[in-house]
Design a protein around this ligand. Structure first.
Ligand code: SAH
Length: 465
């Protein structure tokens, strides 16, 4: 993998001072899994370019994994994209080889270190995760970068095999070297989503230190934090709490594709209305909103006075903060406030606080869990808490081809771990019902189209006494 940073600031050879690396020298550094080489392919007063080339040793990588990989030989340990994709290896290499520049220190040109200069960056290659090109743009464009992406073919000799998930990325911006390097340090592993080293508490400190001055205001801060910390939920929550203490919570779209046009704005609204109607039809008085997000459903249920208790649960602290604000809980009288409670919990763990409700709802939540964690959710809700009614909604994957802006195999939200066809949802729902003594019915949400059905789908489970 190769990182090239160029400037046309005059004299461009100042880049050597800013990077603390002499343009005439070729330097190599040892890393835990290979080597990093630093050199300048061009250094003139008009344009200077510094290159950081990583030479990762795939055998070393496997050696490091011995303890966790078990006895079985797996080709995937040896044949994979790790040596070639800009990832956490690149971050480690930046921190190791360009530490002084990254701290914004420059003895020869101190004022220049703090001056935004025109910088051009080229990275070969980055791997695009589930969100594809859109995710890459969402990460860099809010920071002011002009971005160009060139997607590579899977194999240039077999064009019919189509595009790969790899891009060459070019970034242009006027900023300081310190800013540039800290953006790259945080965002390259975020894109790659596969960290090669153990993730510990100190990672939060590193993330916050490198993210200082920009991460708290970044519209994708939650996603960045979660991906940077390798989906370690407890750590992400902690990091987000610390970030939120410096920034106001911002509203993130529940489903970017669905809300792309005004027609589709109504889909989530329709979904929530239908859920509300179905809950009201059961006569439930105590309702549990699991994965309540910003509390939109809770707000709809509040005016119905026969409901005595509405509880919102979410794993995300920032979503709960937004829910609290949306519901204006700080301005409620005590009687009103007593009807609502919000707390943080993960649905995949048994929690006694889920007990004693007439109805539980999971609106667009299951698809945010890894599929192999669904059984834990099933256990905690259907086997332990056992509310009389459980309502679950999830996107209908078949409908995705009708969303114009979606790429093939893309999902409606970057955080979705899967999306199901109607048949897949019904198979899952039926199994859950059979195993736990529930009866289940399925309904479409939104207008049904030929062949693909409705955009979203609902299952209503009723406990058989
Ligand atoms: N139900 C809300 C929000 C849907 S978005 C609505 O329809 O508007 C999905 C929500 O599920 C997010 O707020 C996310 O934080 C939450 N979530 C995802 N995984 C979770 C888990 N394991 N435990 C609890 N909440 C989870």
């Amino acid at each position: 993998m190769l990182l090239e940073i160029s400037t046309t600031h005059q004299p461009a050879t100042d880049l050597g001072f800013l990077m603390h690396k002499h343009p005439d020298r070729f330097q190599s550094f040892k890393l835990s899994h290979g080597k990093a080489h630093l050199f300048y392919p061009e250094a003139t007063i008009h344009k200077t370019t510094i290159c950081l080339l990583l030479d990762i040793n795939p055998i070393e990588l496997v050696r490091g994994k011995k303890r966790t990989a078990g006895k079985h030989f797996s080709l995937a340990h040896y044949v994979n994209d790790r040596p070639y994709v800009a990832s956490s290896f690149m971050s480690v290499a930046i921190a190791k080889t360009l530490a002084t520049a990254m701290n914004g220190t420059c003895q020869q040109r101190p004022e220049l270190a703090n001056t935004p200069i025109p910088l051009q960056v080229r990275i070969s290659v980055v791997s695009a995760p589930a969100g594809g090109e859109r995710l890459i743009r969402e990460l860099f464009e809010p920071l002011g970068y002009k971005l160009q992406l060139q997607r590579h073919l899977l194999d240039t000799q077999f064009e019919e095999w189509g595009a790969s998930q790899y891009f060459t990325m070019e970034l242009n911006h006027q900023l300081t070297i310190r800013e540039l390097l800290s953006h790259l340090y945080v965002l390259l592993p975020v894109l790659d989503n596969d960290k090669h080293y153990y993730i510990s508490q100190t990672e939060i400190d590193k993330l916050l230190a490198k993210g200082e001055g920009w991460l708290a205001d970044h519209p994708q801060k939650e996603q960045i934090t979660r991906r940077y910390l390798g989906r370690f939920n407890a750590l992400s929550r902690l990091a987000l709490q610390r970030l939120l203490s410096v920034a106001q919570a911002e509203t993130v779209d529940t489903k970017p594709f669905e809300t792309a046009s005004s027609k589709k704005v109504t889909l989530h609204e329709k979904r929530l209305e239908l859920v509300k109607e179905k809950i009201l039809a059961t006569g439930a008085k105590k309702i549990l909103d699991l994965g309540c997000g910003e509390g939109k459903l809770i707000k709809k249920l509040l005016p119905h006075r026969h409901i005595t208790q509405i509880t919102g649960v979410d794993v995300s602290y920032s979503e709960l903060t937004k829910a609290k604000a949306r519901l204006r809980m700080d301005r409620m009288n005590s009687q009103e406030a007593a009807r609502i409670s919000l707390f943080q919990s993960a649905l995949t763990y048994r929690d006694k606080r889920f007990d004693g409700y007439d109805a539980a709802v999971l609106v667009e939540v299951i698809e945010h869990l890894d599929e192999d964690r669904l059984q834990s959710l099933e256990r905690s809700i259907f086997e332990c808490a056992i509310p009389k009614t459980v309502i679950v909604t999830t996107p209908n994957k078949e409908y995705n081809i009708l969303f114009e802006k979606m790429e093939k195999d893309q999902m409606r939200h970057d955080d979705h771990r899967f999306e199901w066809t109607r048949k897949e949802f019904e198979t899952w729902g039926q199994k859950v019902a059979n195993r736990n003594q529930y009866h289940v019915t399925f309904l479409p949400i939104g207008e049904e189209e030929d062949q693909v059905g409705a955009p979203s789908q609902m299952a209503i489970f009723t406990y058989e006494t």
